[in-house]
Design a protein around this ligand. Structure first.
Ligand code: PGA
Length: 229
């Protein structure tokens, strides 16, 4: 890791874990920590001194979109970041590369740092198409180095299966070789845990992690943060 490490906690549709305000999720000098709670829990996290981001938002500034929120609303609520294109959004909300690109443009305009998730399915990896898929996803994004990328192989999310450090590093190096991504912060996500964080985070092109399940245990999350320091 050469860039300042960033460890992100994606709490998905879970309530904040017991003891979340006790310190495990607060940024430190050597490592930035950001939590993505539900929109309903942003204020409680901010009150606890935690840097936060929204899990998703629309690109339109306002309008007749029942149940949705805008990038400006996240910014006004105190967010620094927003997740865009998580595979669960692509799958359950049919978000396309074009939708994600619009969200990223809106996020940057609102003054948020977009963390954009990319990654191949198991079938795409088996067919030898992993890099093609990721290249297409990354190339559909605006040419802007403020964008943070998260390589999250879909088959590794919530499954306990993790990309090997070599495979993850190869994909991260590939992403970094694409236009406008030389200086990009690139996170790894997909069953990152206290057990595997050290080897993943010691790869030269892996700048941090986007952690789901293991981020719901403050003690385990603290160990992952420690591995990034
Ligand atoms: P996981 O989730 O760590 O539970 O695999 C990661 C993510 O979905 O961002």
């Amino acid at each position: 890791m050469t860039r300042r490490p960033l460890i992100a906690a994606n709490w998905k549709m879970h309530t904040p874990p017991a003891g979340f305000a006790d310190g495990a999720y607060r940024s430190q000098d050597q490592v930035e920590i950001v939590v993505f709670p539900t929109a309903l829990h942003l204020a409680a996290c901010i009150a606890a001194g935690i840097r936060v981001g929204g899990q998703a938002a629309r690109s339109e500034p306002h309008g007749a979109f029942t149940g949705d929120i805008s990038m400006d609303m996240l910014k006004a609520a105190g967010c620094h970041y927003v997740l865009c294109g998580h595979s669960e959004r692509r799958q359950h909300h049919s978000e396309t590369d074009a939708d994600v690109a619009h969200q990223v443009t809106a996020a940057l305009a609102a003054g948020l740092v977009p963390v954009v998730c990319v990654g191949e399915t198991q079938a795409e990896r088996d067919a030898g198409r992993a890099m093609d898929v990721v290249r297409t996803q990354v190339k559909s994004l605006p040419a802007d180095e403020r964008i943070v990328l998260a390589y999250e192989p879909v088959w590794a999310i919530g499954t306990g299966k993790t990309a090997t450090p070599d495979d993850a590093e190869a994909m991260h190096a590939f992403i970094r070789s694409l236009p406008y991504r030389a200086e990009t912060t690139i996170l790894y996500g997909g069953s990152m845990s206290a057990k595997n964080a050290q080897t993943l985070l010691s790869q030269p092109n892996i700048d941090g992690g986007l952690v789901g399940g293991a981020s719901l245990q403050p003690a385990e999350f603290a160990q992952i943060v420690q591995a990034a320091v």
